[in-house]
Write a new protein. Structure first.
Length: 276
């Protein structure tokens, strides 16, 4: 009866090589029982031979210790601190004026490389916003060809690590825009030369903004109209959102600016909602 009661918990132990040590424990217990019969002092020492169940179970790590290292609260706080994705800061088709706008694959209103101009830095001014410290960027564009002249709208978003970095980027952009007032560009493939003019206008959008209006006209063919384009770039926290609107030559300057401001306000509202 003693063997049947004592053996089950002891035979589960194994030595470092993986072999069962149940036999060794059995021999030890038998010797202890014999000693208990011959001496009371041996009886007092017998509890130290058989470790209590409490001693065995205390070597098993408590479940609470393991789960505490992966607290759900920690992962939740990281998710809240993440900046908004640039793709979610762009204008949507529902925010465009009317219906009939077609998405375009070329989402950048300016070329990636400096163009052949009398003032090369003016050929892609908004690219100064895409510094090495930005963390994300995205763009979208649409065309409307059901009017007398094709119209275009584009939307860009750039995310920075913090508001200070975004502020510095917009300041550099504002400085560049202020230097680009008049220059000439050449379309090398056709030999055309165009006169480019630019002026800034007020745009109360976001925490701060830079708005500019450009005009492109043919140098030799002066009877051709001037095509204008409107740019509104605003900062909201650590993000910068930009919209451009090119209505062609038929729309007046005031109407063009107002349409650009409406689009910029929509983009700014989206950025504000995403940053909360």
């Amino acid at each position: 009866m003693l063997r049947r009661l004592a053996w089950p918990t002891r035979s589960a132990f194994r030595d470092r090589s993986g072999r069962s040590i149940g036999a060794a424990v059995t021999a030890l217990v038998v010797m202890s029982l014999l000693a208990a019969c011959s001496s009371e002092s041996s009886t007092a020492e017998s509890p130290t031979v058989e470790p209590s169940p409490t001693t065995v179970s205390s070597t098993i790590p408590a479940p609470t210790t393991t789960s505490a290292s992966a607290s759900p609260t920690t992962s939740l706080s990281v998710a809240v601190a993440m900046p908004p994705a640039a793709q979610k800061l762009l204008l949507s088709a529902a925010q465009l004026p009317g219906a009939g706008w077609t998405p375009q694959s070329d989402t950048d209103p300016e070329a990636a490389e400096l163009q052949e101009t009398t003032q090369p830095e003016c050929s892609n001014q908004s690219w100064i916003l895409r510094g090495a410290d930005m963390t994300d960027m995205a763009g979208a564009s649409w065309t409307f060809d059901a009017a007398a002249e094709v119209e275009t709208i584009s939307s860009q978003a750039v995310v920075y690590p913090d508001a200070a970095a975004a502020t510095a980027a917009l300041a550099s952009y504002r400085d560049l825009v202020g230097r680009c007032t008049s220059w000439q560009s050449v379309l090398t493939s056709k030999g055309y030369t165009y006169a480019e003019t630019q002026e800034m206008f007020n745009a109360p959008v976001g925490e701060e903004s830079v708005a500019r209006q450009t005009g492109t006209s043919h140098v030799r063919l002066t009877d051709l109209p001037t095509f204008r384009m409107y740019w509104v770039t605003s900062r909201v926290g650590q993000t910068i959102v930009q919209v451009t609107y090119r209505p062609g030559s038929l729309l007046g300057t005031d109407q063009g600016r107002n349409q650009a401001l409406e689009l910029a306000s929509s983009a700014g509202s989206t950025a504000e909602n995403r940053s909360k």
